[in-house]
Design a protein around this ligand. Structure first.
Ligand SMILES: Cc1cc2nc3c(=O)[nH]c(=O)nc-3n(C[C@H](O)[C@H](O)[C@H](O)COP(=O)(O)OP(=O)(O)OC[C@H]3O[C@@H](n4cnc5c(N)ncnc54)[C@H](O)[C@@H]3O)c2cc1C
Ligand code: SF4
Length: 322
Protein backbone atom coordinates (compact mmCIF):
# COMPACT_ATOMS: atom_id res chain seq x y z
CA UNK A 1 0.00 0.00 0.00
CA UNK A 2 1.22 3.53 -0.78
CA UNK A 3 1.32 6.27 1.90
CA UNK A 4 -1.75 8.49 2.19
CA UNK A 5 -3.08 11.17 4.53
CA UNK A 6 -6.28 10.56 6.48
CA UNK A 7 -8.80 13.16 7.66
CA UNK A 8 -12.21 12.72 9.24
CA UNK A 9 -15.05 15.02 8.13
CA UNK A 10 -17.75 16.17 10.57
CA UNK A 11 -20.17 17.38 7.87
CA UNK A 12 -20.83 16.60 4.19
CA UNK A 13 -19.62 20.13 3.31
CA UNK A 14 -16.30 19.41 5.00
CA UNK A 15 -15.94 16.16 3.02
CA UNK A 16 -16.78 17.89 -0.28
CA UNK A 17 -14.42 20.78 0.53
CA UNK A 18 -11.57 18.39 1.37
CA UNK A 19 -11.23 17.38 -2.32
CA UNK A 20 -9.90 14.06 -0.94
CA UNK A 21 -11.06 10.55 -1.82
CA UNK A 22 -14.06 9.58 0.27
CA UNK A 23 -13.88 6.45 2.36
CA UNK A 24 -17.07 5.06 3.91
CA UNK A 25 -17.22 1.38 4.98
CA UNK A 26 -13.90 0.77 3.22
CA UNK A 27 -14.95 -2.74 2.11
CA UNK A 28 -14.14 -2.04 -1.54
CA UNK A 29 -11.75 0.91 -1.48
CA UNK A 30 -9.27 -0.66 0.96
CA UNK A 31 -9.08 -3.84 -1.16
CA UNK A 32 -8.39 -1.72 -4.25
CA UNK A 33 -5.69 0.20 -2.37
CA UNK A 34 -4.03 -3.01 -1.13
CA UNK A 35 -3.89 -4.26 -4.74
CA UNK A 36 -2.61 -0.81 -5.82
CA UNK A 37 -5.45 -0.60 -8.32
CA UNK A 38 -6.31 2.69 -6.65
CA UNK A 39 -3.64 4.86 -5.04
CA UNK A 40 -5.31 7.97 -3.58
CA UNK A 41 -2.88 10.19 -1.67
CA UNK A 42 -5.65 11.69 0.52
CA UNK A 43 -8.57 9.95 2.18
CA UNK A 44 -11.52 11.65 3.86
CA UNK A 45 -13.52 9.46 6.25
CA UNK A 46 -17.25 10.29 6.01
CA UNK A 47 -18.48 7.90 8.70
CA UNK A 48 -19.22 10.80 11.10
CA UNK A 49 -21.02 13.27 8.80
CA UNK A 50 -24.55 12.07 9.66
CA UNK A 51 -26.56 10.94 6.58
CA UNK A 52 -27.15 7.69 8.44
CA UNK A 53 -30.95 7.67 8.63
CA UNK A 54 -33.84 6.24 6.63
CA UNK A 55 -36.65 8.80 6.62
CA UNK A 56 -40.13 9.16 5.10
CA UNK A 57 -40.10 11.66 2.23
CA UNK A 58 -43.72 12.34 1.21
CA UNK A 59 -44.99 9.04 -0.20
CA UNK A 60 -41.42 7.90 -0.69
CA UNK A 61 -38.29 7.32 1.34
CA UNK A 62 -34.97 9.11 1.71
CA UNK A 63 -31.99 6.88 2.49
CA UNK A 64 -28.84 8.59 3.78
CA UNK A 65 -25.62 7.69 1.97
CA UNK A 66 -24.11 6.38 5.21
CA UNK A 67 -26.95 3.99 6.04
CA UNK A 68 -25.37 0.53 6.36
CA UNK A 69 -26.60 -2.17 4.00
CA UNK A 70 -27.77 -4.34 6.95
CA UNK A 71 -29.79 -1.50 8.47
CA UNK A 72 -31.41 -0.65 5.15
CA UNK A 73 -32.37 -4.25 4.43
CA UNK A 74 -33.87 -4.56 7.94
CA UNK A 75 -35.73 -1.24 7.91
CA UNK A 76 -39.46 -1.81 8.54
CA UNK A 77 -40.65 0.58 5.82
CA UNK A 78 -38.28 -0.93 3.25
CA UNK A 79 -39.30 -4.50 4.11
CA UNK A 80 -42.99 -3.65 3.92
CA UNK A 81 -43.21 -1.21 1.01
CA UNK A 82 -40.05 -1.75 -1.08
CA UNK A 83 -39.28 -5.45 -0.42
CA UNK A 84 -37.35 -5.71 -3.70
CA UNK A 85 -34.66 -3.47 -2.23
CA UNK A 86 -34.39 -5.46 0.97
CA UNK A 87 -34.17 -8.75 -0.96
CA UNK A 88 -31.50 -7.44 -3.34
CA UNK A 89 -29.32 -6.20 -0.49
CA UNK A 90 -29.63 -9.47 1.44
CA UNK A 91 -28.54 -11.38 -1.69
CA UNK A 92 -25.20 -9.53 -1.59
CA UNK A 93 -21.88 -10.12 0.18
CA UNK A 94 -21.98 -11.50 3.75
CA UNK A 95 -23.53 -10.37 7.04
CA UNK A 96 -20.24 -8.87 8.22
CA UNK A 97 -19.68 -6.93 5.00
CA UNK A 98 -23.28 -5.67 4.93
CA UNK A 99 -22.85 -4.43 8.52
CA UNK A 100 -20.04 -2.19 7.33
CA UNK A 101 -20.94 -1.37 3.70
CA UNK A 102 -22.88 1.84 3.06
CA UNK A 103 -25.54 2.90 0.57
CA UNK A 104 -23.20 5.38 -1.18
CA UNK A 105 -20.24 2.99 -1.21
CA UNK A 106 -22.37 0.17 -2.57
CA UNK A 107 -23.43 2.30 -5.55
CA UNK A 108 -19.81 3.26 -6.17
CA UNK A 109 -18.27 -0.22 -5.88
CA UNK A 110 -16.08 -1.08 -8.84
CA UNK A 111 -16.09 -3.98 -11.27
CA UNK A 112 -14.87 -7.46 -10.32
CA UNK A 113 -13.11 -7.99 -13.67
CA UNK A 114 -10.05 -10.13 -12.80
CA UNK A 115 -7.74 -8.03 -14.97
CA UNK A 116 -8.87 -4.77 -13.36
CA UNK A 117 -7.42 -6.13 -10.08
CA UNK A 118 -4.18 -7.36 -11.72
CA UNK A 119 -1.97 -4.30 -12.12
CA UNK A 120 0.31 -6.20 -14.52
CA UNK A 121 -2.54 -6.71 -17.03
CA UNK A 122 -3.61 -4.14 -19.63
CA UNK A 123 -6.90 -2.56 -18.58
CA UNK A 124 -8.52 0.53 -20.11
CA UNK A 125 -10.65 1.09 -17.03
CA UNK A 126 -7.64 1.20 -14.69
CA UNK A 127 -5.20 2.74 -17.16
CA UNK A 128 -6.91 4.39 -20.16
CA UNK A 129 -5.34 3.45 -23.49
CA UNK A 130 -3.52 0.35 -22.18
CA UNK A 131 -5.90 -2.20 -23.78
CA UNK A 132 -8.34 -4.77 -22.46
CA UNK A 133 -6.99 -8.12 -21.29
CA UNK A 134 -10.49 -9.54 -20.89
CA UNK A 135 -11.22 -9.44 -24.62
CA UNK A 136 -9.75 -12.76 -25.71
CA UNK A 137 -9.15 -13.68 -22.03
CA UNK A 138 -11.30 -15.05 -19.18
CA UNK A 139 -14.80 -13.63 -19.36
CA UNK A 140 -17.08 -15.67 -17.06
CA UNK A 141 -18.20 -12.57 -15.13
CA UNK A 142 -18.30 -10.21 -18.09
CA UNK A 143 -20.94 -8.25 -19.99
CA UNK A 144 -23.29 -9.49 -22.69
CA UNK A 145 -25.06 -6.14 -23.17
CA UNK A 146 -23.83 -2.60 -23.81
CA UNK A 147 -20.10 -3.42 -23.90
CA UNK A 148 -17.58 -1.70 -26.18
CA UNK A 149 -14.29 -2.68 -27.80
CA UNK A 150 -12.60 -0.78 -24.94
CA UNK A 151 -14.15 -2.63 -21.99
CA UNK A 152 -16.54 -5.54 -21.38
CA UNK A 153 -16.70 -5.35 -17.57
CA UNK A 154 -19.91 -5.50 -15.54
CA UNK A 155 -21.13 -3.49 -12.60
CA UNK A 156 -21.30 -6.30 -10.03
CA UNK A 157 -23.64 -4.98 -7.30
CA UNK A 158 -27.13 -6.11 -6.32
CA UNK A 159 -28.68 -3.13 -4.50
CA UNK A 160 -28.42 -0.82 -7.54
CA UNK A 161 -30.35 -3.30 -9.71
CA UNK A 162 -33.34 -2.98 -7.38
CA UNK A 163 -32.92 0.82 -7.23
CA UNK A 164 -33.02 0.93 -11.02
CA UNK A 165 -36.25 -1.12 -11.16
CA UNK A 166 -37.80 1.03 -8.41
CA UNK A 167 -37.05 4.32 -10.24
CA UNK A 168 -34.92 5.67 -7.39
CA UNK A 169 -32.93 8.90 -7.69
CA UNK A 170 -29.47 9.63 -6.31
CA UNK A 171 -28.96 13.00 -4.64
CA UNK A 172 -25.40 14.31 -4.96
CA UNK A 173 -23.56 17.48 -3.98
CA UNK A 174 -20.29 18.95 -5.19
CA UNK A 175 -18.45 22.24 -5.52
CA UNK A 176 -21.06 23.36 -8.07
CA UNK A 177 -24.08 22.57 -5.90
CA UNK A 178 -26.67 19.87 -5.44
CA UNK A 179 -28.40 17.80 -8.14
CA UNK A 180 -30.31 14.57 -8.63
CA UNK A 181 -29.48 11.72 -10.99
CA UNK A 182 -31.95 8.96 -11.88
CA UNK A 183 -30.66 5.59 -10.64
CA UNK A 184 -31.16 4.28 -14.20
CA UNK A 185 -28.69 6.92 -15.46
CA UNK A 186 -26.21 6.84 -12.56
CA UNK A 187 -23.90 4.11 -13.92
CA UNK A 188 -22.41 4.46 -17.40
CA UNK A 189 -21.76 2.16 -20.33
CA UNK A 190 -18.05 2.05 -21.22
CA UNK A 191 -18.03 3.49 -24.76
CA UNK A 192 -14.63 5.10 -25.28
CA UNK A 193 -14.27 6.20 -21.63
CA UNK A 194 -14.47 3.01 -19.53
CA UNK A 195 -12.48 4.66 -16.73
CA UNK A 196 -15.67 6.56 -15.78
CA UNK A 197 -18.05 4.15 -14.03
CA UNK A 198 -20.73 6.70 -13.09
CA UNK A 199 -22.09 10.16 -13.82
CA UNK A 200 -20.67 11.47 -10.53
CA UNK A 201 -18.42 14.47 -11.29
CA UNK A 202 -15.03 15.02 -9.64
CA UNK A 203 -15.51 16.35 -6.11
CA UNK A 204 -19.15 15.27 -5.84
CA UNK A 205 -20.44 13.18 -2.95
CA UNK A 206 -23.60 11.07 -2.75
CA UNK A 207 -25.87 12.47 -0.02
CA UNK A 208 -28.87 10.19 -0.27
CA UNK A 209 -30.98 7.88 -2.38
CA UNK A 210 -34.67 8.67 -2.77
CA UNK A 211 -37.37 6.12 -3.47
CA UNK A 212 -40.69 7.21 -5.02
CA UNK A 213 -44.03 5.92 -3.73
CA UNK A 214 -44.27 2.14 -3.29
CA UNK A 215 -45.10 0.13 -6.43
CA UNK A 216 -46.88 -2.73 -4.72
CA UNK A 217 -47.33 -5.96 -6.66
CA UNK A 218 -45.15 -8.98 -6.26
CA UNK A 219 -41.45 -8.14 -5.98
CA UNK A 220 -38.73 -10.70 -6.65
CA UNK A 221 -34.93 -10.48 -6.73
CA UNK A 222 -33.40 -13.63 -8.21
CA UNK A 223 -29.62 -13.91 -8.18
CA UNK A 224 -27.88 -16.74 -10.04
CA UNK A 225 -24.31 -17.30 -8.89
CA UNK A 226 -21.60 -19.93 -8.56
CA UNK A 227 -22.18 -20.36 -4.77
CA UNK A 228 -25.32 -19.94 -2.65
CA UNK A 229 -23.76 -17.06 -0.69
CA UNK A 230 -20.76 -14.76 -0.67
CA UNK A 231 -20.54 -14.63 -4.47
CA UNK A 232 -21.26 -12.00 -7.07
CA UNK A 233 -24.11 -12.58 -9.54
CA UNK A 234 -23.63 -14.22 -12.91
CA UNK A 235 -27.07 -12.87 -13.80
CA UNK A 236 -29.66 -11.28 -11.53
CA UNK A 237 -33.23 -10.20 -12.17
CA UNK A 238 -35.18 -7.59 -10.21
CA UNK A 239 -38.90 -7.68 -10.97
CA UNK A 240 -42.00 -5.95 -9.61
CA UNK A 241 -45.27 -6.99 -11.19
CA UNK A 242 -48.77 -5.84 -10.22
CA UNK A 243 -51.70 -7.94 -11.55
CA UNK A 244 -55.26 -6.80 -12.29
CA UNK A 245 -58.03 -9.00 -13.74
CA UNK A 246 -55.55 -11.62 -14.87
CA UNK A 247 -53.32 -9.12 -16.69
CA UNK A 248 -50.02 -7.49 -15.80
CA UNK A 249 -50.87 -3.94 -14.83
CA UNK A 250 -47.48 -2.64 -13.73
CA UNK A 251 -44.19 -4.24 -14.73
CA UNK A 252 -40.67 -3.25 -13.69
CA UNK A 253 -37.67 -5.30 -14.81
CA UNK A 254 -33.94 -4.77 -14.36
CA UNK A 255 -30.97 -7.11 -14.78
CA UNK A 256 -27.68 -7.23 -12.91
CA UNK A 257 -24.16 -8.39 -13.85
CA UNK A 258 -24.90 -8.37 -17.59
CA UNK A 259 -23.63 -4.84 -18.39
CA UNK A 260 -21.54 -2.03 -16.94
CA UNK A 261 -24.78 -0.72 -15.40
CA UNK A 262 -27.98 -2.25 -14.05
CA UNK A 263 -29.89 -3.03 -17.25
CA UNK A 264 -33.40 -1.63 -17.04
CA UNK A 265 -35.68 -3.28 -19.62
CA UNK A 266 -38.10 -0.46 -20.46
CA UNK A 267 -39.09 -1.85 -23.88
CA UNK A 268 -39.83 -5.31 -22.51
CA UNK A 269 -41.84 -3.74 -19.64
CA UNK A 270 -44.02 -1.88 -22.17
CA UNK A 271 -44.51 -5.08 -24.15
CA UNK A 272 -45.66 -7.01 -21.05
CA UNK A 273 -47.87 -4.35 -19.45
CA UNK A 274 -51.57 -4.85 -20.06
CA UNK A 275 -51.10 -8.43 -21.29
CA UNK A 276 -52.11 -11.77 -19.82
CA UNK A 277 -49.01 -13.70 -18.76
CA UNK A 278 -47.88 -16.59 -20.98
CA UNK A 279 -44.66 -18.48 -21.65
CA UNK A 280 -44.71 -17.31 -25.26
CA UNK A 281 -45.05 -13.65 -24.26
CA UNK A 282 -42.20 -13.96 -21.72
CA UNK A 283 -40.02 -15.46 -24.43
CA UNK A 284 -40.76 -12.64 -26.85
CA UNK A 285 -40.02 -10.10 -24.11
CA UNK A 286 -36.69 -11.88 -23.49
CA UNK A 287 -35.93 -11.54 -27.23
CA UNK A 288 -36.37 -7.78 -26.81
CA UNK A 289 -34.04 -7.64 -23.78
CA UNK A 290 -31.43 -9.75 -25.55
CA UNK A 291 -31.50 -7.92 -28.89
CA UNK A 292 -27.86 -7.05 -29.50
CA UNK A 293 -26.55 -9.36 -26.75
CA UNK A 294 -23.04 -10.69 -27.38
CA UNK A 295 -20.99 -13.30 -25.55
CA UNK A 296 -17.19 -13.34 -25.36
CA UNK A 297 -16.56 -17.08 -25.00
CA UNK A 298 -16.61 -18.04 -21.30
CA UNK A 299 -19.71 -15.93 -20.71
CA UNK A 300 -21.80 -17.13 -23.70
CA UNK A 301 -23.91 -19.08 -21.19
CA UNK A 302 -25.26 -15.81 -19.76
CA UNK A 303 -27.49 -15.27 -22.80
CA UNK A 304 -29.66 -18.39 -22.28
CA UNK A 305 -29.29 -17.97 -18.51
CA UNK A 306 -30.81 -14.48 -18.62
CA UNK A 307 -33.70 -15.78 -20.73
CA UNK A 308 -34.44 -18.71 -18.41
CA UNK A 309 -34.13 -16.64 -15.24
CA UNK A 310 -36.38 -13.92 -16.64
CA UNK A 311 -39.03 -16.47 -17.67
CA UNK A 312 -38.95 -18.15 -14.25
CA UNK A 313 -39.15 -14.86 -12.34
CA UNK A 314 -42.06 -13.58 -14.46
CA UNK A 315 -43.89 -16.90 -14.09
CA UNK A 316 -43.53 -16.71 -10.30
CA UNK A 317 -44.46 -13.03 -10.14
CA UNK A 318 -47.64 -13.52 -12.16
CA UNK A 319 -48.82 -16.75 -10.55
CA UNK A 320 -52.30 -16.32 -9.07
CA UNK A 321 -52.44 -17.15 -5.35
CA UNK A 322 -55.42 -18.96 -3.84
C1 LIG B 1 -15.94 -10.51 -0.28
C2 LIG B 1 -16.92 -9.51 -0.80
C3 LIG B 1 -18.10 -9.95 -1.37
C4 LIG B 1 -19.02 -9.02 -1.87
N1 LIG B 1 -20.18 -9.47 -2.45
C5 LIG B 1 -21.07 -8.57 -2.93
C6 LIG B 1 -22.28 -8.98 -3.54
O1 LIG B 1 -22.55 -10.18 -3.66
N2 LIG B 1 -23.14 -8.03 -4.00
C7 LIG B 1 -22.87 -6.69 -3.86
O2 LIG B 1 -23.68 -5.87 -4.29
N3 LIG B 1 -21.73 -6.27 -3.31
C8 LIG B 1 -20.84 -7.18 -2.84
N4 LIG B 1 -19.67 -6.75 -2.28
C9 LIG B 1 -19.33 -5.34 -2.39
C10 LIG B 1 -19.80 -4.53 -1.21
O3 LIG B 1 -21.21 -4.43 -1.27
C11 LIG B 1 -19.14 -3.15 -1.36
O4 LIG B 1 -17.77 -3.31 -1.09
C12 LIG B 1 -19.74 -2.13 -0.42
O5 LIG B 1 -21.11 -1.96 -0.65
C13 LIG B 1 -19.01 -0.80 -0.57
O6 LIG B 1 -19.48 0.09 0.41
P1 LIG B 1 -18.45 0.80 1.37
O7 LIG B 1 -19.24 1.75 2.20
O8 LIG B 1 -17.61 -0.18 2.12
O9 LIG B 1 -17.59 1.58 0.31
P2 LIG B 1 -16.04 2.05 0.35
O10 LIG B 1 -15.17 0.86 0.14
O11 LIG B 1 -15.79 2.91 1.52
O12 LIG B 1 -16.02 2.97 -0.94
C14 LIG B 1 -16.24 2.42 -2.22
C15 LIG B 1 -16.19 3.56 -3.23
O13 LIG B 1 -17.30 4.43 -3.01
C16 LIG B 1 -16.86 5.77 -2.83
N5 LIG B 1 -17.83 6.36 -1.90
C17 LIG B 1 -18.23 5.85 -0.71
N6 LIG B 1 -19.21 6.61 -0.18
C18 LIG B 1 -19.43 7.62 -1.07
C19 LIG B 1 -20.32 8.74 -1.10
N7 LIG B 1 -21.20 8.97 -0.12
N8 LIG B 1 -20.26 9.57 -2.17
C20 LIG B 1 -19.38 9.35 -3.18
N9 LIG B 1 -18.52 8.31 -3.19
C21 LIG B 1 -18.54 7.45 -2.16
C22 LIG B 1 -15.44 5.65 -2.32
O14 LIG B 1 -14.67 6.81 -2.61
C23 LIG B 1 -14.95 4.45 -3.10
O15 LIG B 1 -14.57 4.82 -4.39
C24 LIG B 1 -18.75 -7.64 -1.76
C25 LIG B 1 -17.55 -7.19 -1.16
C26 LIG B 1 -16.65 -8.10 -0.68
C27 LIG B 1 -15.38 -7.60 -0.06
S1 SF4 C 1 -13.06 -5.57 -19.26
FE1 SF4 C 1 -12.75 -3.46 -18.62
S2 SF4 C 1 -12.08 -3.70 -16.52
FE2 SF4 C 1 -11.73 -5.68 -17.52
S3 SF4 C 1 -9.65 -5.64 -18.40
FE3 SF4 C 1 -11.04 -4.91 -19.97
S4 SF4 C 1 -10.96 -2.68 -19.70
FE4 SF4 C 1 -10.24 -3.56 -17.81
Amino acid sequence: MRPFTYTRAATPAEAIGSAARIIAGGTNLLDLMKHQVETPDRLCDVNHVGLDRVERDGDGLRIGALVRNSDLAADDAVRTDWPLLSRAILAGASGQIRNRATTGGNLMQRTRCYYFYDIDAPCNKREPGSGCAAIGGRTRLHAILGASDQCIATYPGDMAVALSALDATVEVEGPEGRREIAATAFHRLPGTTPERDTELRPGEMILSVRLPAPLGGRQIYRKVRDRRSYAFALVSVAAAVGMKDGRMETVRLAFGSVAAKPWRAIEAEAMLAGQAPSADLFDRAADVVLAGAQGYGDNDFKIPLLRRTMRAVLAEATQETM
